[in-house]
Design a protein around this ligand. Sequence first.
Ligand code: AMP
Length: 395
Amino acid sequence: MNLTELDFEGQRALIRVDFNVPLNDAREVTDDTRIRAALPTIQHVLDAGGSVVLMSHLGRPKGRDEQFSLRHIVPTLERLLGQPVKFAADCVEDTAFDVTQSLKPGDVALLENLRFHPEEKGGDEFFAGQLAENGDVYINDAFGTAHRAHASTAVIAKFFPEDKAFGHLLAREIDALEKVLAHPDKPLTAIIGGAKVSSKLGIIEHLIGRVDRLIVGGGMAYTFVQAQGGSIGTSLVETELHSQALDILKKAEATGTELLLPHDTLAADAFAADAKTQVVPTNAIPDDWMGLDIGPETTKRFVEAVLSSKTVLWNGPMGVFEMEAFAGGTNAVAAALARATADSGAFSLIGGGDSVAAINQAGLADQVSYVSTGGGAMLEYLEGKELPGIAAIRA
Ligand code: AMP
């Protein structure tokens, strides 16, 4: 399962990478983070005397569509690798095999967008078998799609019963998540925020009983507060989840998980950057006002909880951090994670699109222990689900 245990001498490594990168109108790569993230695995194979065949999806094409061709990323890949890359205009059949079956040690090839074939998302076994003909060893290094049972992420693994492994990037993701879920240093605190309880229910339920403290912030907190009889004005709420929210509170108490909800709120008279604001108790928000950030007392309490933790997991902002006026709580939590990491050696893991954006906005991404790259995949991992892409390598 470990890259370092495989022999690549004279072998072609077929690597599922995540090159789903943003392109501008001129079809140039505008953010090469994901390509750079794949380099250590590619370099490992090349240094060990193998050749590399890269496969990925890009965007959501419906059939073949030049806009979504991986051809567009070849110049960036060549620049980052410092060597030429052979491009195959399809990922299967002779167009691909002509390229991948003549590779010499040290060569790198890139296959055309997997999603030009509907069989990729369909998890088609015949298609997976065809893809498999492009390599002698299979490596999955794409965490962002590990929760999908697609042909290239999961089904293909059965064609490599012995010769398959996680790439460096995926192995590091799993290590980081296991450090939180399986063997955390205690106390372990999870901070869950964002807009909706419904999208985080699975995580909250899996974390209760596992974490010492569960902090709930962001728009989702108001559903809990209203369920307990509080007045939340026009704040975001999912009234249909009242009973589930109350069940969560009960379960937390029964399992000895300390559940922290915001007790004060920065409320606004409109959903606008220049709205009038006031700090009010979260359970006494005036009619026509909405809670858009956690209040100062709550911020202090959440920061103290983070600073006294040895492991911290953070997913989801504490408020509408896209507007500066309501970014204070989120920024304070981001800073606390960085401080806990530096001052007390805490392990801090951040994941989910918006928390990653928030830590980047705060300029603190390099001061936490790990920033997860896979939004949906990370959420499912934290819900305790077995991800098909991971299970297929372990099988
Ligand atoms: P999610 O995708 O569920 O993690 O939610 C992220 C979004 O939640 C961000 O766009 C935030 O602006 C939004 N959000 C956080 N707190 C609030 C709030 N109190 N009211 C409305 N939206 C919020």
